[in-house]
Every structure is written in C-alpha cells, then in structure tokens.
Design a protein around this ligand. Structure first.
Ligand SMILES: Nc1ncnc2c1ncn2[C@@H]1O[C@H](COP(=O)(O)OP(=O)(O)OP(=O)(O)O)[C@@H](O)[C@H]1O
Ligand SMILES: [Mg+2]
Length: 303
C-alpha cells in the first residue's frame, strides 16, 4: 500500500460505564511523527488501543486510506506496530526467541526473519543480550524489547504508548534517533506526558485533555502562538505565591530568599521581567492550564 495514506479519527467516543474516556475526538494523521500529549487520565491509551483495533469505540470511526480499520481487520493489523503502555513480555523467552515468536505471529517470512531480528535488536541496543531471558531484563530493557517487537514487521503505522517511560537519557536519545528516521515513510504516533520528549522526537502534536482534543498542529507553529507572552522574573517568596494564583508559572529556581520564575500570559506588573523565547512547555502550560506537576520540568530537574 502507498505510504501517503491518511489515518483519520472521526468523532470518536468511548465510554466505560459512566466514564466518558473520549468525547468526539477527531484528527488526521499523515506521514510523520506525532506526539500525543496529555496528562494522566486524558485518554491517550484509550485512543491508542482503538487505533490499534484492540478495543472498540462506542461511537465514531477510524479510517485508513478511506477504509474503516475495523472492517480491514487482518489487512490493517499487518500494517501496524503497537506497543501498549502496560507492555509485558513472556518472561521465559530469550530476547531473540520472543522476537521470533512475534515475527511469526506477524507473518514475516522465515527467510527474512533472522536478519530482521538482528537488525531490530541492534536498533534498540539489545544485541548483546539477545540470548538472555527477558525476565532478567531491567524495566528500560523490557521497554526496548517492546519497541523492537512493534517495529519488527516494518509497519506503515507505528503506535507507541509511552515508549520512553523508564528509558535513561542515553537510551532516550537513541530512541529519538531511531524514530526520526521512521517518520519519513510512516505514520508514527507516540504518547507521553513529558514535554521534552516531544521536543526531541515529534514534529507534530495532538494535545488531549479530559477526553477531548485540545489542539493539533506542527510543534513549531504551536510554540509560535505564545511568542511575546513568556516572561522571566525574579520575585520575592510572597510575590511568588501571588503570581502563582494569577499566571501559569512554569519554572522556578530558588535564588537566596527570592525565586526565579518563568510564566506565561499577560505581562505582570508586580513581577518585572523580561520576555523569553517560548518553548513547547510554555505553549502546553498556556494551552492546557497545566501546572508544574505535569510539565516535565520536575522530571528533568529531579537529580
Ligand atoms: N477499562 C477501563 N474501565 C473503566 N475506565 C477506564 C478504563 N480504561 C480507562 N478508563 C478511564 O478512562 C480515562 C482515560 O484513561 P487512559 O488510560 O486512556 O488515560 P491516559 O491518558 O492514557 O493516562 P496515563 O497518562 O495515566 O496513561 C481515565 O479516566 C480512566 O480511568
Ligand atoms: Mg496511558
């Protein structure tokens, strides 16, 4: 099939008894790398499960090249690679055996499979432990084998639910390099709540909040939206407490008895500051009113 086909999500709704996990979600994906960004419980995994056809919508459609993906059935599943958030591998298998098993399931011809296994193990930096049992792997290594099985069939559509969770900084960089190459001829959708991961990997963004799509667009264009509205200032502790109530404060550092802050929105007369160059995090905070807790800033500065 051609690689310029669109994957369209149309008016998708999903309810779990009383809970409306997704409400009228619509967007279109084309070739490229999309970050699905949203706080815990926003509906990212629910959406991805349906895009991978492992769960069904309550209402709405998902189409690939104009065809309903649930009607395409096996034809669609052979085109996708999916790694669920709670990915667990068969513990008794070695890395190689596990990938062989997944490769056979996905219908990769035996003549190709051995080479492909070595290739994906190399991709995710697990060649050296190819013959080790998966149960002896660390959390990050298990994630990487999860990524390996998702790409083994060279999918046209790659859906990865929190692929970078548990990866160390070195592996994060490695992962973003692998994925950057893939975006040239695939639709790649990856979820995260870490803004810096999106900046490093994705060029397009789908922002979800409370089961709805807040915005979609090119990362740079979205960031440009908050240009001129990002400020940096040094304020007193008291000033800081006041500022927090009135602006989205993103970023702070103690400076003796004062606090260095970064905030988004209108200029604030009591915090005399200077304009700063906006980042994706500034946009995200501005768009969603999401505070420090979810902005990724804490994760980056935890040490
Ligand atoms: N099987 C289920 N039964 C009932 N409620 C569910 C089920 N799966 C998800 N939900 C609810 O749907 C909402 C969306 O959940 P979902 O897992 O899609 O969020 P998420 O964006 O992936 O969050 P996280 O960042 O924590 O992974 C949440 O309120 C969740 O409690
Ligand atoms: Mg999730």
């Amino acid at each position: 099939m051609e690689s310029n086909m669109e994957l369209q999500v149309e008016h998708l709704c999903k309810s779990y008894r009383k809970k409306e996990a997704l409400q009228d979600v619509s967007f279109t994906l084309r070739r490229g790398i999309y970050g699905l960004l949203g706080e815990n419980g926003a509906g990212k995994s629910t959406l991805m499960r349906m895009m991978a056809t492992v769960d069904f919508p309550t209402k709405g459609n998902i189409r690939y090249g104009g065809k309903d993906i649930f009607d395409m059935d096996e034809g669609y599943r052979s085109l996708i690679g999916y790694m669920p958030q709670d990915y667990s591998v068969y513990p008794g298998f070695t890395a190689k055996d596990f990938l062989e098993y997944m490769g056979v399931l996905k219908g990769i011809p035996e003549t190709k499979l051995k080479d492909r296994i070595m290739e994906v193990l190399e991709f995710v930096n697990l060649s050296e432990v190819a013959d080790k049992k998966v149960k002896t792997f660390s959390g990050g290594m298990k994630r990487r084998i999860g990524i390996a099985q998702a790409i083994i069939n060279e999918p046209k559509i790659l859906i990865l639910d929190e692929p970078t969770a548990g990866l160390d900084p070195k592996e994060r960089i490695r992962f973003s390099n692998i994925i950057s190459d893939m975006g040239k001829d695939k639709i790649v959708l990856l979820s995260t709540h870490i803004v810096s991961d999106i900046e490093a990997i994705a060029t397009e963004l789908v922002v979800v909040k409370k089961g709805k799509v807040l915005e979609t667009g090119n990362v740079e264009e979205l960031v440009r939206k908050v240009r001129g509205q990002v400020w940096e200032a040094v304020v007193s502790q008291k000033g800081y407490r006041k500022l927090r109530k009135e602006r989205s404060v993103i970023h702070l550092k103690q400076k003796g008895s004062e606090v260095q802050v970064r905030f988004v929105g209108e200029e604030y007369p009591e915090a005399e500051g200077s304009r700063a160059e906006p980042t994706l995090e500034d946009y995200y905070v501005f768009a969603g009113g999401i505070m420090e807790e979810n902005s990724g800033w804490k994760e980056r500065n935890r040490k």
